[in-house]
Design a protein around this ligand. Sequence first.
Ligand SMILES: [Zn+2]
Length: 98
Amino acid sequence: MNTFLYICIKNIHMKKCVKCTKEFDLSNFYSSIRMKDKLDSYCKACRYEHTKSRLKITRAQRKEKMLNSPEYRAKELLLKRLSFERTIRQVMLTRTKK
Ligand SMILES: [Zn+2]
């Protein structure tokens, strides 16, 4: 095979993960609409770890805030109510349209 062509194909089908800096086959990346090449900049393994750790932190932080701050608790409840009302409104709108 032509070496130049081979390199081209290799580059197209390989992508470097920005986290672990290893090169992987494109099948090792999740698709992402936000990215230029429509692929995640993290490989699947790194994305998984990243999401997992982030979820853990936010959940723990939220729980702590809910316990320690009545203001935060009130705000959370208000946000929850607002999003609920918004959903209701959307449902009503789609119903009247039909
Ligand atoms: Zn990675």
